[in-house]
Design a protein around this ligand. Structure first.
Ligand SMILES: Cc1cc2nc3c(=O)[nH]c(=O)nc-3n(C[C@H](O)[C@H](O)[C@H](O)COP(=O)(O)OP(=O)(O)OC[C@H]3O[C@@H](n4cnc5c(N)ncnc54)[C@H](O)[C@@H]3O)c2cc1C
Length: 208
C-alpha cells in the first residue's frame, strides 16, 4: 500500500533487504551496541504494520515519550558524576589536606549540585505532567534540552575536579563525561528540541 504517509512496521531479522551493521569506535555509551540499519526494498506483510501509526504525528508521540526517558538518563548521568567527584574531593589530598576543603573545589561541587537538583525537579515535574496526561511535546523538549545542557556542564566540572585522573576510565567521571555527549545528541539534539519549544512559545515555526 502506498499513500505517502509515515508508517511503522515490525521487521523480522532475515527479511530480504535488511542488514544491520554494528557501529564501531563509539566514544560514548560504549556498553550499548548501536547498529547501522539498512532497509533496501524490504517488503513487509500487512499484519506486521502498526495499525495506529499513520502519520509523523504518531511518530512524534513516541519521540515525546522517549525524550522524557532521555531527560531522566541525563539526570542520572549528572548525579553519578557529582557523587564520584564528591567522594574524590573528600579523599584526594594536596598541600596536606583533602581538596574538598579548598574553596574553589567547593564551588565546583556546589554548581554541580545545583544543576543536578534543578534537573531532578524539572524532570520530576515533567513526569507528573505526563502521568496526568498534560505533557505536550514542548514540555518534553524543554526538559530534555535544558537538562542535557546542564549535565554537560556538571560532567565537565567533575572531570576538571579529578585533575589528571579525570581522563582515566577507572575513575568513572571520564565515562560520564563521554556519555553526556551522546545523551545530549540523541532523542533530539539541543537545537532541534529548542526549535520545538521556540515554535510553541512564539507560534512561529523556524523549521519545516
Ligand atoms: C548513542 C546514540 C544512539 C542513537 N540511537 C538511535 C536509535 O536508536 N534510533 C535512531 O533512529 N537514531 C538513533 N541515534 C541518532 C540520533 O537520534 C541522531 O544522531 C540525532 O537525532 C541527530 O541527528 P544527526 O546525527 O543526523 O545530526 P544532524 O541532523 O546532521 O545535525 C548535525 C547538527 O546540526 C544541527 N541541526 C540540524 N538541523 C538544524 C536546524 N534546523 N537548525 C539548527 N541546527 C540544526 C543539529 O542540532 C546538530 O548539532 C542515536 C545517536 C546516538 C549518538
Amino acid at each position: 500500500m502506498e499513500d505517502d504517509t509515515v508508517k511503522g512496521f515490525l521487521l523480522e531479522k532475515g527479511t530480504p533487504g535488511f542488514t544491520a551493521e554494528k557501529m564501531e569506535n563509539k566514544m560514548a555509551l560504549r556498553a550499548v551496541h548501536n547498529a547501522l540499519i539498512n532497509l533496501d526494498e524490504c517488503r513487509m506483510k500487512e499484519e506486521d504494520r502498526l495499525q495506529n501509526a499513520n502519520s509523523f504525528r504518531d511518530t512524534a508521540r513516541v519521540l515525546r515519550m522517549t525524550r522524557v526517558g532521555g531527560a531522566w538518563i541525563a539526570v542520572g548521568c549528572g548525579m553519578g558524576a557529582y557523587e564520584h567527584a564528591l567522594a574524590y574531593a573528600q579523599q584526594r589530598e594536596q598541600f596536606g589536606r583533602p581538596i574538598g576543603g579548598f574553596q574553589l573545589i567547593q564551588d565546583l561541587l556546589v554548581q554541580m549540585l545545583g544543576n543536578v537538583t534543578a534537573s531532578q525537579c524539572m524532570v520530576l515535574r515533567l513526569s507528573q505532567m505526563q502521568d496526568a496526561g498534560e505533557m505536550k511535546a514542548e514540555h518534553a523538549s524543554l526538559a530534555k534540552a535544558f537538562v542535557t545542557t546542564k549535565t554537560r556542564e556538571t560532567v565537565a566540572h567533575a572531570r576538571e575536579l579529578l585533575g589528571g585522573n579525570g581522563v582515566l576510565i577507572d575513575y568513572n567521571v571520564g565515562r560520564f563525561f563521554a556519555d553526556a555527549e551522546a545523551i545530549h545528541s540523541y532523542e533530539g539534539t539541543r537545537q532541534v528540541n529548542s526549535l520545538i519549544v521556540g515554535r510553541a512559545i512564539t507560534s512561529f515555526g523556524a523549521f519545516l
